[in-house]
Ligand binder design. Sequence first.
Ligand code: NAP
Length: 265
Amino acid sequence: MDLQLTGKIALVTGASKGIGRAVAEELAKEGANLVMTARTQEPLEVAAKEIAAMTQREVVPLAGDMSKSEDVGRCVNAALKKFGRIDILVTCAGSSPGGLLEDLTEDQWMSSLNLKFMGYVRSVRAVIEHMRERGEGSIVLVVGNDGLKPSYWEMTAGVANAADINFASSVAEQYGRYGVRINTVNPGPVNTDRWDGLEKAFARDKKVDQARAHELAISSIPFHRICEPQEVASLVVFLASPRAAFINGAHIPIDGAQRKALMDI
Ligand SMILES: NC(=O)c1ccc[n+]([C@@H]2O[C@H](COP(=O)([O-])OP(=O)(O)OC[C@H]3O[C@@H](n4cnc5c(N)ncnc54)[C@H](OP(=O)(O)O)[C@@H]3O)[C@@H](O)[C@H]2O)c1
């Protein structure tokens, strides 16, 4: 299926590695030109160069911290200056800490909400007027299945994710009439550095080693494995594409029917 993405302009946040990197690569393979953001310049530039070489698309790396309004605004303005428009926004910049209620500090709660929730709100706010004026645009928030299936060892992520899902539903209703779509993609465990960190936190809190934590995670998923970033990217890129023109305000799990309670030993 041709996803009709050739020549589209996409902005992907949190794109130097993990899910964001896989999304950026798939979008470019489908013919989109890209702006990629992350905080750390060097790996971002390496990723952008690799994707550009692989796809012959224009790929612009812009370092920025999505927990800061001024950085979000700067990256969006630079993307508009470079390409004249933004057709697609995909948000992946998130790193909510794992941990139990009795151990989590107020700073950890605030950093989770400031990046995973407010970072996504900021990114949407920064592009939405532009998309509304053009009468088209597609936004995909990479959120997480703990917004839909809470687990007490991923509480700060789950709360921010639930807020993202609620926010996206409101935006879908308000801006759908202007031709702007927004959807969320909700992975369970995905094979990235972030999952490795969460697995370590889970092992610490459950007083098991990481191998046991991993075994519990895969045992909670009927496929008996965790997801790969490319599998999330395939869903994101479809939702971002004109092929998904009637999908708006949807919250799609991609967790292999994970039963999280099975991790609770
Ligand atoms: N992996 C999972 O199991 C899983 C499951 C459900 C949901 N998710 C969600 O999916 C998204 C991507 O996760 P991932 O596993 O791909 O994470 P990852 O491998 O840790 O990659 C995170 C990316 O975001 C960037 N980033 C982190 N903080 C940032 C900030 N303040 N501003 C801008 N960029 C920032 C990182 O680069 P820098 O550090 O250089 O900034 C990196 O490019 C996150 O929102 C995560 O919560 C992941």
